[in-house]
Design a protein around this ligand. Sequence first.
Ligand code: F6R
Length: 365
Amino acid sequence: DKGNHRHFMAKEIAEQPETVSHTLAHYIDLSNETVSLRESLPFDFAELSRLTITACGTAYYAGLVAKYWFERYARLAVDVDVASEFRYREPPLAENGLTLVISQSGETADTLAALRYSAREGQHIAALVNVQESTIARESHVVFPTLCGPEIGVASTKAFTAQLTALASLVIAAGEARGVLSASRAHELVRALIELPSAISEALRHEKSIEGLARQLARASDVLYLGRGQMFPLALEGALKLKEISYIHAEGYAAGELKHGPIALVNEEMPVVVVAPSDELMEKTLSNMHEVAARGGKIILITDAEGVAEAGDGISDIIEMPRVHPFVAPILASIPVQLLAYHTAVFMGTDVDQPRNLAKSVTVE
Ligand code: F6R
């Protein structure tokens, strides 16, 4: 049931304050404001040699964000790869390593094959899934749920933010277990997560102005998305969302890679979406943005009040998000990139919930 929404995707985007809360309630003890895992772990975060994350599509991008988090907040070495590559690379896996597979459906063929390879290699296997009765869940040693309810729209939205929410919780647990996060630092990160659903509600209130910017995107034939650090995966996710539902060609790039090639694409016809909420890397991303603007590129900047102040004059198309702790900023930034893609697709008149050539669950390789 779409309720009063035009598409399942619109409904699923709008639901995210609740679905993120619901997922959080599973991982966080809200009275003590601590992470409290209900799953008993068949491994010890403190003893892990390495974490390998493997997944496909949007779930892979959730894994990429988690890599930045696990490295920074838990000082855990992380490899991330798309499952279709991982399974045939046959990578050597370290003793006492953990493989974490991420899948909304729990049935993705390549992800399942990557899981089976890791199991044969003697890894601990954890799965982050939305469908708890799935094959991937059944074959894992521990299952972490994303509790966002069934996702109907082919383009993943609420499953992505639920994956990130669960991953953020696991990162805090790992950081504490590994002695990297003090109790007060862990509490600061938990608070950031607890405050996130209301920030998502606030972000959703910008839908009308995002719709206006989508009208411009709908006229483009190519769109570039840029982000740095933990916002780089959000640039990739923004580009994926746009191409799969609007059929407009889009690419996500690490902002620092711009001058190594893609800046040659920039002209007056090329919208460039820059994902840069305030954190210690924002200034660097904004300076890349100005390089694009100086070559006539049309910028759409996703940032917060501090970023608006830093961006300076000449950047008129800004999506201003509420200011949140940088830790949770990638989760919040999902909202504007989803809305931009959604409204662009609606202007293009595509079949938003059932884009051409795509299936919700990819059970063949
Ligand atoms: C993109 C999208 C796909 C899926 C991918 C993995 O919007 O939905 O890229 O994320 O097919 O699917 P799951 O998570 O079911 O393994």
